[in-house]
Each structure stands twice: as structure tokens, then as C-alpha cells.
Design a protein around this ligand. Structure first.
Ligand code: SF4
Length: 277
């Protein structure tokens, strides 16, 4: 048994693999690791201990649990905000701009109300809600199925409750994509590097065979900055980011004063992204 295979078995656990079809799956996954050599995002090293706890809420008020409130009406009033937020995120994170839609990599994108909130159908929806676009992304769920599905712990929750990825560990199995009920993850079917426009050298690029998604700008939070999308919305307050475990934070004040929706709450994933609609 080679070292790769032995290490993989140690991480994944025999019981999981038995349920997935035995040694054939191991062979496929280990073989897949040969194309997964992306760099690790700055600040994403911490928190592997938290990975094992990817099963429930961070309830300790002495630790951070970051979340976001998105005010849909503000995106209706100023449709340029959506474009600004997407552009800022994708530029900062070296998200490739593939010419073919089928290869598209998305960290944050705009969609309509029905796609975002399929559990809130309303035959008599007002025209503005029905026709306008709102941003969606990874929800940084408090009970994230993607973390449980990842056999190599490439996806984990960090100490602030942010669900992030160690790209080095991703073996491209895409179990996380199957587990995420929000379609928040993208897979690099092609080498993304030639398609990165104005590369940001402070953030790693990825390679073919690696999954990626929004990381709540963990690398920026770590140095006291706001997420790029929040910053791009400026003073509009269309997006507000903060610590949900701090009762005096701005985000908690907004949540207290406004009725908000989370996406697909019946799934029990406990999203950390809230929408004022
Ligand atoms: Fe994981 Fe999807 Fe939840 Fe993000 S939205 S934490 S990718 S399950």
C-alpha cells in the first residue's frame, strides 16, 4: 500500500468507505488526488480541530460566529450593487472567467427570489420581489452537510464558524457538492489559471480537479477587513457582516429590528446568511 493510499484511509475512515462501495472508491479518490494541488488560502490553516465539530451550532458566546444580513430591497433599488459585489469577490479570490457557461465558477451570484427561496412560494408575489435579482452564496451553515461529507477534511469550520476549504486537501471527489443543498460549490473541470483576470497575488489560485466556494473572506476578516462584497456595497448597507454571537453587534441589531429569511430552513442546515425581503 503506497503512502498516499495509507494516508487517505487514515483520514477517511474504513467505515465511511465501506458505505461508498469499498476499495474501488478508494482507488478512484486516491487517483483523483493527483490533480489536486492548489494552494492553501491565507488564514485557513487554523481550525482543523473544529472540523470534527462540523455537526452543530457554535453556541459558546465567548467565540465568534460570523454571519451576514442581505437587504434585498436595497439590491432592488440599486441593481448595480449586485454587479459590484460579484465583481469584487471574484477579483479578490482569483475566480476564473471561463468563456463557456458550463465551466463557470461562482462564489457569489445573482438570482431571483423563487430560486433563492423555493420554500416561500407565493402565487401572488408582488412584482418587485418576483422580478429583481438578489445575491446568493455559501450560507456558512451552522450544521453544514458539506463538512460531514468531505472524506479528507478539506472542508471544515474554522474557529469563527466559517466554513472554509484547504484546497491542498481537496481530492476532487465532489461529495461536498452533492451534500450542499444550495449549489454553493463549483468544480474546476478545467485549469482555471489561464482564465484569471488581473490575478491577486495575495490569494491562491486553484488547479483543475479542485472544488471551491465563498470563504466569507476569511483571509480579510483575519486582518480586520470586511468581506469584499460588503465593502463593494459601501455605505448602502445592502450587505452587513458581523458576529452573530455578540448581542451588541450591528448584525444582531439589524436581525432584532427586521424580519429575515434564511434559505431552505426546513433542511436544518442553519444558514448564517439572513435576508431582509
Ligand atoms: Fe456547506 Fe453548502 Fe452550507 Fe455552504 S451552503 S456551508 S457549502 S452546505
Amino acid at each position: 500500500m503506497d503512502t498516499n493510499r495509507r494516508n487517505f484511509l487514515k483520514v477517511a475512515g474504513i467505515s465511511t468507505l465501506a458505505g461508498l462501495g469499498g476499495t474501488a472508491v478508494v482507488d478512484r479518490l486516491v487517483a483523483g488526488s493527483s490533480v489536486a494541488h492548489a494552494s492553501t488560502a491565507a488564514g485557513e490553516g487554523a481550525g482543523h480541530a473544529e472540523a470534527a465539530k462540523g455537526h452543530g451550532p457554535v453556541s459558546d458566546p465567548s467565540v465568534n460566529r460570523y454571519g451576514m444580513v442581505i437587504d434585498v430591497k436595497k439590491f432592488q433599488q440599486d441593481p448595480s450593487l449586485g454587479e459590484k459585489a460579484v465583481k469584487a469577490c471574484h477579483q479578490v479570490h482569483n475566480v476564473p472567467q471561463f468563456p463557456d457557461k458550463k465551466d463557470e465558477i461562482k462564489w457569489i451570484w445573482m438570482t431571483n427570489f423563487e430560486n433563492a427561496f423555493p420554500e416561500n412560494p407565493n402565487l401572488y408575489q408582488d412584482e418587485a420581489t418576483e422580478s429583481h435579482q438578489l445575491p446568493i452564496m455559501c450560507n456558512h451553515c451552522d450544521s453544514p452537510p458539506c463538512v460531514r461529507a468531505c472524506p479528507t477534511k478539506a472542508t471544515f469550520r474554522n474557529k469563527d464558524g466559517v466554513v472554509i476549504m484547504d484546497f491542498h486537501r481537496c481530492i476532487g471527489c465532489r461529495f461536498c457538492m452533492a451534500a450542499c443543498p444550495y449549489g454553493s460549490r463549483s468544480f474546476n473541470w478545467r485549469d482555471p489559471r489561464p482564465f484569471v483576470v488581473n490575478q491577486n497575488n495575495n490569494f491562491p489560485t486553484r488547479t483543475r480537479g479542485v472544488v471551491e466556494k465563498c470563504n466569507f473572506c476569511a483571509e480579510r476578516i483575519g486582518i480586520g477587513q470586511q468581506p469584499a462584497c460588503v465593502e463593494a456595497c459601501g455605505e448602502s448597507k445592502a450587505m452587513v457582516f458581523g458576529n452573530l454571537n455578540d448581542p451588541n453587534s450591528e448584525i444582531r441589531k439589524i436581525l432584532k429590528e427586521n424580519h429575515t429569511l434564511q434559505r431552505n430552513p426546513s433542511l436544518g442546515t442553519l444558514p448564517s446568511v439572513f435576508y431582509i425581503v
